[in-house]
Design a binder for this molecule. Structure first.
Ligand code: G3P
Length: 217
């Protein structure tokens, strides 16, 4: 399973890049607004830090505007992945861009039917928002399971990118289902390391090692 990080915070991205665990980055207009900075410059910096796909979302909603913005964004770096909304115009742009060899991430997916349309439009990634589905009392992980099943039935090349992840359980459940990618807020990625028995065991080993009076180097 690939891990993307869901942030536009350059400090966080730099700090987590050293973990060797990051395969890509996703941003959205809300994350850009939250962190500030000139959009194109922020994306360019992220693309330098992380060589994998970096999602940059268009702000246009009509086909011509989406295509015009995509042309600007994809010039920023070779690893820019154009993020488009799951609308008729967004999917039309997705088809066109994908045919041209541009990576496209289709965002704001909340149903298996929408995911099927994105795959047929040649998307590189489909982004179902599990947390937001859970927030309205539906089952976000059932949505992932349905999409993975459908894509496997037809051998679609579109990768399932689990988005709106709220905690480690979303990541584990998605991995069990065979989702290709999870995009994680930095705090969720860090939380994956944690286990109280690891902390307790390490404290014991270090205390016992100190008793030996030895050093390795
Ligand atoms: O980038 C899309 C997605 O991950 C947004 O998550 O937490 O705003 O629902 P959230």
């Amino acid at each position: 399973m690939k891990f993307f990080i869901d942030t536009a915070d350059l400090t966080e991205i730099r700090s987590l890049a050293g973990s060797g665990l990051l395969d890509g980055v996703t941003t959205n207009p809300s994350l850009i607004a939250k962190n500030g900075g000139v959009f194109a410059k922020v994306i360019a910096e992220i693309c330098e830090i992380i060589p994998g796909p970096v999602s940059a979302e268009v702000a246009g909603t009509e086909y011509d505007q989406i295509m015009a913005e995509a042309k600007v964004l994809r010039k920023i770096a070779g690893n820019v992945c154009i993020k488009v909304p799951l609308t008729p115009d967004g999917l039309r742009a997705c088809k066109h861009l994908s045919n041209d060899g541009t990576m496209v991430n289709v965002t704001l997916c909340f149903s298996a039917a929408q995911a099927l349309l994105a795959a047929k439009s040649g998307a590189s990634f489909i982004s179902p928002f599990v947390g937001r589905v859970d927030d309205i009392g539906w089952d976000g992980m059932q949505l992932i399971s349905d999409i993975v099943d459908i894509y496997n039935n037809y051998d679609f090349k579109t990768e399932v990118l689990v988005a709106s992840v709220r905690g480690p359980n979303h990541v584990i459940e998605a991995a069990k289902m065979g989702a290709h990618v999870a995009t994680l807020p930095p705090a969720v990625l860090r939380s994956l390391f944690n286990h109280p028995l690891t902390d307790k065991g390490l404290a014991t080993f270090l205390a016992d090692w100190a008793k030996t009076g030895q050093s390795i180097v």
